[in-house]
Design a protein. Sequence first.
Length: 139
Amino acid sequence: MKSYRKELWFNVPARRAFINITHQVEECLKESKIREGLCLVNAMHITASVFINDDESGLHHDYEVWLEKLAPHEPVTQYRHNATGEDNGDAHLKRQIMGREVVVAVTDGKLDFGTWERIFYGEFDGRRRKRALVKIIGE
């Protein structure tokens, strides 16, 4: 069995963003030369997420509105976590909702997706450099 590892780095200038990273993960798969196996992609920061869904702007807007209703950023004093001097208590909750990682089957050298599935990096407390891990195992 072969193993491949690569870190994808992001520096999102805004507090929040959804970035389609499917192409970058496909490039990793191509570099790995793995034809059959599994591909794990996970956020390596506790205020960021990796998830699979449709790349449709209306859905991304809906996520933004829904997440802000569930865990509003302001007032920042509503979160005990922010008493440490942070202002990102909401970002930790948003990450918990959206998830840490995804696993995609690799079949015949390709990510084995449903029709509209794409991989996204979700940023909930940007404005600094963060990363996601791509780990591919198989033959």
